[in-house]
Design a protein around this ligand. Structure first.
Ligand SMILES: C[S@@+](CC[C@H](N)C(=O)[O-])C[C@H]1O[C@@H](n2cnc3c(N)ncnc32)[C@H](O)[C@@H]1O
Length: 324
């Protein structure tokens, strides 16, 4: 595995480890809240929901489905049974070197929020809303891991001084970092639907005199005005319904200059086994849908009427060239 900054292999290794850690957190939650004890009696789903004393039944149902998804629980003749789950925590030696500490504390924070979300999804200790909890998201987007994947994006999208970049679902940190990468002679346009996230982004670029423009807009309503050398879509599609992928990807390709590059970054569900474990925690944000599959994103891209070439740069990254 390439260990230089900007390596997709290192991004993949960290995502893989986040999933492992999420599985351990799920086991902790199931034990702590008496879910495994209740399941040992092989209840129906309904009996399980009412015998486990957690008020937020919707989240409990999602928890049970997650346990099923990763193979801890199996439904047999309408009853839920523990499926003698055995899990080997196998971390290849080279992964230890690649692991970044920053995301661990964030995942721990989210794990702690689940206890409150099991009471009610609107509990004040659940801090996953983009607008209301923009500060938490800002911390999350500022970790070493986010810094690493942004370096990987800059490298893959060939973002250089003077380039023009469109970033969909830009968040609060990328505008500053990509703005610096394009420099004073370039142009960066960040689009995000959260006004609070954009306020933080603005405060970060202010005073730097960077050529950064920010627009408050739902990416599903994007209308191409300019053409860009690069389009970035990072950790966005998981908040978009799969039936809207086509529209967003079409607009993104339309806005790309011939010869331009689009980079998509996601923990693609068909590339990371047990990604459902991480999804359980991400779902505390009510806008979260599910991680996209690389296969379905490729299908959408290939079905559009554009001359493109697609490369899988790793398990979490797709690069699309619009042919000149
Ligand atoms: C997990 S953050 C990722 C931010 C940034 N791309 C990064 O990788 O650091 C997702 C961002 O997408 C924005 N977002 C989600 N759905 C959106 C939509 N339909 N239109 C515009 N922005 C959206 C959120 O407000 C949030 O800032």
């Amino acid at each position: 595995m390439e260990k230089v900054p900007g390596s997709v292999g290192v991004v993949d290794a960290n995502i893989e480890h986040m999933i492992r850690m999420s599985i351990l957190h799920l086991i902790q939650l199931g034990t702590k809240h008496g879910v495994f004890k209740a399941l040992s009696r092989e209840p129906t789903r309904r009996e399980a929901l009412y015998s486990i004393g957690l008020p937020n039944k919707k989240l409990l149902l999602a928890f049970l489905s997650t346990l099923e998804g990763i193979g801890i629980v199996e439904e047999k003749n309408g009853r839920l049974a523990l499926d003698s789950f055995s899990y080997k925590l196998d971390i290849p030696k080279e992964h230890y070197e690649a692991l970044l500490p920053g995301w661990v504390a964030i995942l721990e924070e989210i794990y702690r929020m689940v206890d409150y979300a099991f009471i009610t999804p609107t509990h004040p200790h659940v801090l996953m809303d983009f607008d209301k909890d923009a500060d938490f998201w800002d911390i999350r987007m500022n970790t070493d891991f986010a810094g690493l994947y942004r370096k990987a994006i800059i490298k893959a999208a060939e973002i250089k001084k003077g380039a023009s970049v469109l970033d969909l679902g830009c968040g609060s940190v990328s505008p500053y970092e990509f703005g610096k990468a394009v420099g004073y002679t370039g142009f960066y346009m960040g689009v995000d639907y959260s006004p609070s996230i954009l306020d933080i982004a603005k405060a970060r670029v202010e005073g730097e005199n960077l050529p950064v423009e920010l627009r408050e807009l739902d990416v599903r309503l994007l209308r191409p005005i300019n053409e860009y050398d690069a389009v970035v879509i990072s950790y966005l599609l998981e908040y978009v319904k799969p039936e809207d992928y086509g529209r967003v990807l079409f607009r993104a390709l339309e806005t790309l200059k011939p010869g331009g590059v689009m980079v998509l970054l996601e923990p693609f569900r068909d590339r990371f086994r047990h990604v459902e474990a991480l999804e359980f925690f991400e779902r505390l944000n009510s806008d979260f849908k599910r991680f996209p599959a690389m296969g379905e994103v490729r299908e959408h891209l290939e079905s559009e009427d554009f001359e493109i070439s697609i490369e899988e740069l790793g398990r979490s990254m797709l690069r699309v060239y619009k042919l000149p």
